[in-house]
Design a protein around this ligand. Structure first.
Ligand SMILES: Cc1cc2nc3c(=O)[nH]c(=O)nc-3n(C[C@H](O)[C@H](O)[C@H](O)COP(=O)(O)OP(=O)(O)OC[C@H]3O[C@@H](n4cnc5c(N)ncnc54)[C@H](O)[C@@H]3O)c2cc1C
Length: 455
């Protein structure tokens, strides 16, 4: 008995991007597979695990809480779908910080090059952008997802949409809330690929945490990654909640560039890089901030705040900037003087007014120092629900090298629900899919070594 109670028929209307015909270039699954696996979560990690299991001849039923799979993948497509990065290993591996040694074996199985070949097999060519990031040539996610689902269906993968996993029964069956009520399913292996907790409206809401903890997994708290921050300012010796109303009204949404961001943690870690970011109503966000976000988040968690310094003239020496500020200005106001000597205006000029009081602004040395190291005090990461990715999750020590839970044999875990993090640049999708490969292959091997089930 492979499933119990409730419908086991796939939802034929499961996905708006699905199709019934197959364009698979992979070997077709055997007609009557003897082993069955459940994949729970239809993001890139779960779909990849499904592909590997189906290729190994295992019957695959894939469940997702939403009406369609791959919603976050499609959202990523709105930003051009940065699939992976072209940089060579082992530099690539370093993007996974303290987890690089754990992620490296996944990348040995499926790295950026393998991902590009995989996309090409599905009829989607890729290109390397100027920053080294890799994108589909049409910059879209939907055609790739559509081709992928078509191939999966051709391999016999059955999709069950609107099936929310609720944990396990006392006997170890998987419980689902479905449109028909609660159903339970059993199988030789289960792959959980439930994502993190960002953008819960797309399906990944982190509700799996208590179930995994109850199953004996060590789960690290889910935290924001690649996120923006709220700030408090030091103004006239006092701390205010954030930007002034004038500044928000005039500059929220505007990009600050070029700028360099520098921060040092008390534990010795530091970040210093040039780039750009955006001013928000409550603080800052954008690529340069995301790149520093793991360190900033950790500093705030440990010390309550993180003090960053911005260099508004990253291409200029401090001495040169000081010289321009100190240049005799005659009857001109300081603002006109800075505009004429340094071309300082708009957002950058307003930023200086946000952090200096009138007296400080009039002091040439303080002003020059601030232009090269403008202090901003960040007090909170944005909530995990609105950020790009999630840190924390199932600690890798809870899993064996095939990503099987040590405390629950036959249950594998993949994707963003695992405890690793990486910057933007295609590293997130690459590791999510690579872990799907490892978990899918692990589950297939587990299925093959199981005794033949009673028919
Ligand atoms: C705005 C944005 C842009 C991004 N752009 C990029 C990019 O360009 N490049 C990049 O590398 N990464 C990008 N990412 C990150 C990337 O999308 C994720 O890292 C990736 O989708 C994670 O894959 P996953 O399969 O682990 O989880 P998800 O894609 O989150 O999929 C998890 C699935 O599990 C389902 N699920 C959750 N709970 C349950 C449950 N209880 N029962 C049943 N189903 C459940 C969800 O509905 C979902 O379909 C972006 C993220 C965001 C938010």
């Amino acid at each position: 008995m492979w499933c119990s109670a409730g419908s086991n028929m796939p939802d034929q209307n499961a996905s708006s991007v699905s199709s019934s015909s197959s364009s698979s270039s992979l070997p077709a699954a055997p007609a009557a597979p003897q082993r069955r696996a459940l994949i729970i979560g239809g993001g890139p990690a779960g779909l990849m695990a499904a592909e590997r299991l189906a290729r190994a001849g295992v019957a695959v039923d894939l469940f997702d809480a939403m009406a369609t799979v791959g919603r976050k993948f499609l959202l990523a497509g709105k930003g051009g779908l940065n699939l992976t990065h072209s940089e060579a290993r082992p530099r690539f591996d370093e993007r996974y910080f303290e987890r690089q040694a754990d992620v490296a074996p996944w990348l040995d199985r499926f790295d950026g090059e393998a991902l590009r070949r995989w996309a090409a097999e599905l009829g989607v060519e890729t290109f390397v952008g100027t920053s080294g990031r890799v994108f589909p040539s049409n910059l879209k996610a939907a055609p790739l997802l559509r081709a992928w689902l078509q191939r999966l269906r051709g391999q016999g993968v059955r999709l069950h949409m609107r099936h929310r996993w609720l944990g396990w029964t006392d006997t170890g069956a998987c419980r689902f809330q479905s449109p028909e009520g609660e159903t339970t399913w059993e199988a030789d292996a289960v792959v959980l690929a439930l994502g993190g907790a960002s953008w819960p409206q797309l399906g990944s809401d982190g509700q799996w945490v208590p179930h995994l903890s109850a199953a004996g997994a060590d789960v690290r708290a889910l935290r924001p990654a690649n996120c923006g921050f709220d700030l408090g300012l030091r103004r006239e010796g006092e701390t205010t909640a954030g930007w002034t109303p004038f500044f928000v009204e005039k500059f929220a949404g505007q990009p600050l560039k070029p700028v360099a961001l520098q921060v040092s943690a008390p534990d010795g870690r530091s970040f210093a890089r040039q780039g750009e970011f955006v001013v928000t109503t409550t603080g800052i966000e954008g690529s340069l901030v995301y790149a520093a976000s793991g360190l900033l988040r950790d500093i705030i968690e440990q010390h309550g705040e993180a003090l960053i310094h911005l260099d508004l003239f990253p291409g200029r020496e401090a001495a040169w900037v000081a010289e321009q500020v100190a240049y005799p200005r005659g009857s001109r106001s300081m603002s006109s003087h800075l505009k004429s000597r340094l071309n300082l205006d708009g957002l950058k000029a307003a930023l200086v007014h946000e952090v200096l009081d009138k007296q400080q602004y009039g002091d040439v040395a303080t002003l020059a120092r601030t232009l090269k190291a403008l202090p901003l005090r960040l007090v909170a990461a944005r909530p995990v629900a609105e950020v790009i990715s999630t840190a924390g999750g199932v600690r890798l020590e809870s899993l064996d090298p095939t990503l099987m839970l040590r405390t629950r044999p036959g249950v594998f875990v993949a994707g963003e629900m695992l405890d690793w993090e990486a910057p933007t640049g295609g590293y997130l999708l690459t590791a999510a899919m690579a872990s799907g490969v490892v978990a899918g292959d692990g589950a297939a091997a587990w299925c093959q070594q199981r005794p033949t089930p009673a028919q």
